[in-house]
Design a binder for this molecule. Structure first.
Ligand code: ADP
Length: 394
């Protein structure tokens, strides 16, 4: 029997999963990737093999009552049925918040699950949905080890002012501080960077993770020194539907004058703003780039402008810049956005190679460019699988 690692990324209405066979020399080989979407409405399961071929499909039409637990049980049965020669040795989970304590992936037991649950108020939209599959799997297959991998952990190297808000110390001590997110993606890029650019890997690099959620990370010698996201994943850049950094005065105004309560505020800040809010059209960058209306252009302009502002700030934090790396849905696939960001950094020595940029890289700066620019596809799932292997000592 061959051994495998399963990876789960649980969200409020979706469960993404991947399966990796543990090969010779602990090499991880992707056997399957899939997702269940529409949980709570119309759950829909799809899975593809490692080579991209369709492997499975299932729909529970008009079944809002199908629970996460039921779907995970379905997933476990489907995996045993379709991979009869594979034994899942452990399951890894993406968990958004590790707080100040969890700085590395950890094997989860009942007590740790309780600790992680106590962090839910710090990430109410993600943490409970990341933890629910851990509890469900523990009930279904209690002997299979489970490992939590944190989006905050890679940023635990932050020091000094990067960790603080200008708030009274008492609140900082209670955990109201900057953490940073998308850490598994940045860790993967930092791991791969030496293959592309040794100088950048050893030096000062800014990674731009531009997806539905978007953030940037400043790396010095491969270690995170700053992130645009702080206390929550709503901070920093404007995103698909999230505001990014807000003037706190606006929040006070909305509460005091517009009488908005916490849930209305949450909906506004996380679900109705960003590209969707500004354009009034879509949260999808593809749609906006194809739409010539001034509103769509304004949303894209704001996105690019705020990235440029942060990039200038990070170059200052890093005291110079050796490379920029674009990743995630927009970063990997939108040459137009990359061009509009890069062309404003010629003053720093970044010279874009237009043809390479149109071809999505990997190197998109000219050979003579003092600052190199790259497109490197991220892979948070394999990062989790590697961590699991390390934790369980496979
Ligand atoms: P997440 O994993 O956070 O849901 P992704 O990393 O998949 O997000 O990124 C989704 C974003 O990437 C969407 O805004 C989508 O429009 C954008 N995107 C994907 N492909 C392209 C493309 N070819 N051109 C422009 N944007 C794209």
């Amino acid at each position: 029997m061959k051994e495998a690692i399963a990876v789960i990324n649980g969200g409020s209405s979706s469960i993404k999963f991947s399966l990796y066979e543990i090969g010779k020399d602990r090499r991880l080989e992707s056997c399957c990737r899939g997702q269940i979407e529409g949980i709570g409405v119309d759950p829909n399961f799809t899975a593809k093999a490692g080579d991209g071929k369709e492997m499975g499909k299932m729909r529970w039409k008009n079944h809002p009552d199908v629970t996460h637990r039921f779907l995970l049980s379905y997933l476990i049965d489907w995996t045993s049925e379709n991979f009869k020669d594979l034994q899942v040795k452990a399951v890894g989970h993406r968990v958004v918040h590790g707080g100040a304590h969890y700085r590395e992936p950890v094997r989860v037991d009942e007590k740790i699950l309780e600790h992680l649950g106590a962090l839910a108020p710090l990430a109410p939209l993600h943490q409970p949905h990341n933890l629910a599959p851990i509890a469900a799997i523990a009930g279904l297959v209690p002997d299979v080890p489970q490992v939590a991998c944190f989006d905050t952990a890679f940023h635990s190297t932050h020091t000094g002012p990067e960790c603080h808000f200008a708030l009274p110390r008492k609140l900082t001590a209670q955990g109201v501080r900057r953490y940073g997110f998308h850490g598994l993606s940045y860790e993967y890029i930092a791991d791969r960077l030496p293959e592309y650019d040794k100088k950048a890997a050893a030096g000062r690099t800014v990674v731009l993770h531009l997806g539905s959620g978007a953030s940037m990370c400043a790396l010095k010698g491969g270690k995170s020194v700053a992130s645009t996201m702080g206390f929550s994943a709503a901070d920093g850049l404007p995103m698909g539907t999230r505001t990014g950094t807000m003037d706190p005065g606006v929040l006070l105004y909305l509460m005091q004058e517009k009488k908005m309560g916490p849930w209305e505020m949450e909906t506004l800040l996380y679900r109705e703003s960003g590209l969707l809010g500004v354009s009034g059209i879509s949260n999808d960058m593809r749609v906006l780039l194809e739409n010539e209306s001034p509103k769509a252009m304004e949303a894209v302009d704001l996105f690019v402008y705020r990235i440029r502002k942060e990039l200038g700030g990070f170059a200052s934090v890093l005291e110079g810049l050796d490379a920029v790396v674009f990743t995630a849905g927009i970063g990997e696939n939108a040459p137009e956005i990359r061009r509009r960001i890069c062309e404003k950094f010629s003053w720093l020595g970044l010279e874009l190679d237009d043809r390479a940029n149109l071809g999505n890289g990997p190197r998109i700066s000219t050979p003579g460019s003092r600052v190199s620019a790259w497109v490197i596809p991220t892979d948070e799932e394999i990062m989790i699988a590697r961590h699991v292997l390390d934790v369980i000592g496979g």
